[in-house]
Structure formats: structure tokens, C-alpha cells
Ligand binder design. Structure first.
Ligand code: SF4
Ligand code: SF4
Length: 349
């Protein structure tokens, strides 16, 4: 009801800028959600398509002068269309999480195994890897992250973690299934006496920082993205000079949700003579990679079109990002790497 149909959100939505129909704009999605809520619209394939053709990038929330929480509206409306109108890939993804604990099904070995760091009985700091690292960046981001923490002498533990629940929320799965994931993770964190949890994945960080507190008291535990933790802990003389041409892609959740823009850039700028340039859309105006909000499952061709637009901005530069989902998506189309990997490969001996 707060929406005045002003259309400010329409011009900034990266999906709208590919599909070019008003129903595919944030405003259109809000009106569809309202129609479903009042019963003026029926749940059908067309309404479902408009609701799932959104990466939950948050550009519309950032733009809306009326303060409509558009992404929350879309996420709520997805609960009405799931599971009947979701695609098979979304249902399988969701079932993998609740039945096998991870987005990509049962793991052959514990999630921490590739780092060589088994969970410690007690530790004040934990590193939460997130399922995406195992699938999207071939473990490289996680390995680099733990190597950097080791080099800094941080006393930390890995975890017998399960999926944070973010994909369930984006797909529109009922809250009781999300709550089970939360309970497992929080029990694991508390069991080890952890006071601070570090994340490489902005979506995992978002879940713990913004969503978990709605369901359980986690006020005694601090959550932090690893770029915030590392900022200020390394110095330029620790790095080899020079890089290939690189640019930085602001992940939607890390940027528009948490205003974490300078920390990753500070870290990149530690590398002497780094060949670095910004893309045209950067910081709060960053364009979504196209893979968020379960769009890559629902409509992969649209994800590709959105990634193509961003890759064109990067040109020949390698895209560095602080999100395994963005890195994995860009890697299908251009050179891309995580910020942890960049730092680890440039740290001297
Ligand atoms: S969250 Fe992003 S993709 Fe979804 S409607 Fe808003 S601007 Fe468009
Ligand atoms: S910017 Fe806000 S008020 Fe304007 S059309 Fe979009 S949702 Fe409605």
C-alpha cells in the first residue's frame, strides 16, 4: 500500500533492464504480490514467473523513495507459489538442504575436509564456509581464507556446519524448514564456545546477522564478513607487486545490505602496483551478477544475460569478488576469482 507507482525502482532493476516489461519490474512484482494477497489475482504460471524472475539484489529497495521493502514483499509472495509452481531444480535444491543438509546433496566428506582444519573442541572464532564455496569456487576461496587466517595466527575453528538456509528463504520454502537449519548451526557454534563467526559468503552472513535473530537469541555471538575482519590486519610489504588487470564486483548483499564497500578495496589496494580499475556501476550502484535469489535455478538464461551485461563492463579485466556465488557465476563467462584467492596468491612466501 506504500507503493505510489512512481517507477523509480523500474529503471534501476537489472532484470527489468533485460526483460523490458512492466510486470518484470519491482513495481510490477509488488502489484502482483498485492493481487495475490487480496485474492484479485490467482496463483498461476505468469504470476510465478514474475516473482521468481528477481535476484533479490536489493537495488529496488535502495531506490524506492517511499521506503517499500520490495524484496521482503517478493520473498513473502514466493511462499504462496512454492512448491506447486516452482521448477524442479528449485524443489530438488530445497529438498537437498532439508534432507541432506547441503544445497548440492550429501557431501562425500565433511565440509571442512578440503581445508585440513578439523573442528576444534573449543575456539572463540569460527570460520563458516558455506555450501557455495564447495560448489562454485572449487574450494579455492575456502582454502585461501583459512590459509590467510593461519598466516595471521588466528586461533579459529571450522564447523560441522549445514546450509545456512538462505536458498530456502529465496525459493519461498516454509519457515519451519529454515528454522531447522538455524537450530543445527547455532547448536554447533554454541557447542564449541564460539563468540565470533567469520563468513566468506555474503548470503550466509546475511542469514546469521539479519534473519537468525528473528527466530533465536544470538546477541552473544558476533557475525562478520571476512573482508571486514582482514581489513587493517595486513600491510603492503607482505605482498608481491603487480596484478593482471583486475576490477572489483560488489556483491549485492555485502554492499547494499551491509554497506561494505571500502574494506575489500582497501585489501586490494594493499597489493603494490595492482592494475585496478572500477567498473562503471560500482558500490551501491553495482549491477547484480544475475545468480542470486534462486534465479540461476529458475531461469538460467536470464542469469546469463545479466552476467553478460556485467562482464561487458569488466572488459578484459579479471573480476574479483567477495561472494562465492558471484565468482562461480562470472567464472562461466570470464576470468573471475575470490578476493581471498587474490590476496593469498599475492602474499609473499
Ligand atoms: S531485488 Fe533486484 S532484481 Fe528483484 S525486483 Fe528488486 S531490483 Fe529487480
Ligand atoms: S520506487 Fe517504490 S513507490 Fe515507486 S513504484 Fe517502485 S516500489 Fe512503488
Amino acid at each position: 500500500m506504500q507503493c505510489t507507482s512512481c517507477s523509480f525502482c523500474t529503471v534501476t532493476c537489472p532484470v527489468m533492464n533485460v526483460l523490458l516489461t512492466d510486470a518484470s519490474s519491482p513495481r510490477g512484482r509488488v502489484q502482483i504480490a498485492y493481487g495475490l494477497y487480496t485474492g484479485e489475482l490467482e496463483v498461476d504460471e505468469s504470476a510465478t514467473q514474475r516473482l521468481y524472475e528477481c535476484t533479490t539484489c536489493g537495488m529496488c529497495d535502495h531506490t524506492c523513495p517511499s521506503g517499500v521493502h520490495i524484496v521482503d514483499v517478493i520473498k513473502a509472495a514466493r511462499k504462496v507459489v512454492y512448491p506447486e509452481h516452482a521448477v524442479e531444480k528449485q524443489r530438488t535444491f530445497a529438498d537437498n538442504i532439508t534432507e541432506k543438509e547441503h544445497t548440492y546433496g550429501e557431501l562425500k566428506e565433511p565440509i571442512w575436509a578440503f581445508t585440513g582444519h578439523a573442528p576444534k573442541e573449543r575456539s572463540e572464532i569460527a570460520y563458516f564456509m558455506g555450501c557455495k564455496i564447495t560448489a562454485e569456487t572449487g574450494h579455492k576461496q575456502g582454502i585461501a581464507a583459512v590459509n590467510i587466517l593461519d598466516r595471521l595466527g588466528v586461533d579459529f575453528t571450522t564447523l560441522n556446519e549445514v546450509c545456512c538456509g538462505a536458498p530456502l528463504m529465496y525459493i519461498g520454502v516454509s519457515e519451519d524448514r529454515i528454522r531447522k537449519q538455524m537450530e543445527k548451526n547455532i547448536n554447533e557454534i554454541r557447542k564449541r564456545g564460539v563468540k565470533k563467526v567469520l563468513f566468506s559468503c555474503p548470503s550466509c552472513y546475511y542469514m546469521f546477522e539479519k534473519v537468525y535473530p528473528k527466530y533465536t537469541d544470538v546477541s552473544d555471538i558476533e557475525f562478520q564478513h571476512i573482508v571486514e575482519f582482514l581489513d587493517g590486519k595486513l600491510s603492503p610489504d607482505e605482498f608481491e607487486a603487480g596484478t593482471e588487470p583486475i576490477t572489483y564486483h560488489d556483491p549485492c548483499h555485502l554492499g547494499r545490505t551491509f554497506n561494505i564497500y571500502e574494506e575489500p578495496r582497501n585489501l586490494i589496494k594493499l597489493i603494490p602496483d595492482a592494475d585496478y580499475a572500477e567498473m562503471e556501476h560500482n558500490r551501491e550502484n553495482s549491477l547484480c551478477c544475475g545468480a542470486g535469489g534462486s534465479l540461476a535455478l529458475y531461469e538460467p538464461s536470464l542469469t546469463k544475460k545479466m552476467a553478460d551485461r556485467r562482464v561487458a563492463e569488466a572488459g578484459e579485466r579479471t573480476v574479483v569478488s567477495a561472494c562465492p556465488n558471484c565468482v562461480g557465476n562470472f567464472s562461466k563467462h570470464t576470468n573471475a576469482m575470490s578476493i581471498e584467492e587474490l590476496l593469498w596468491t599475492k602474499l609473499k612466501g
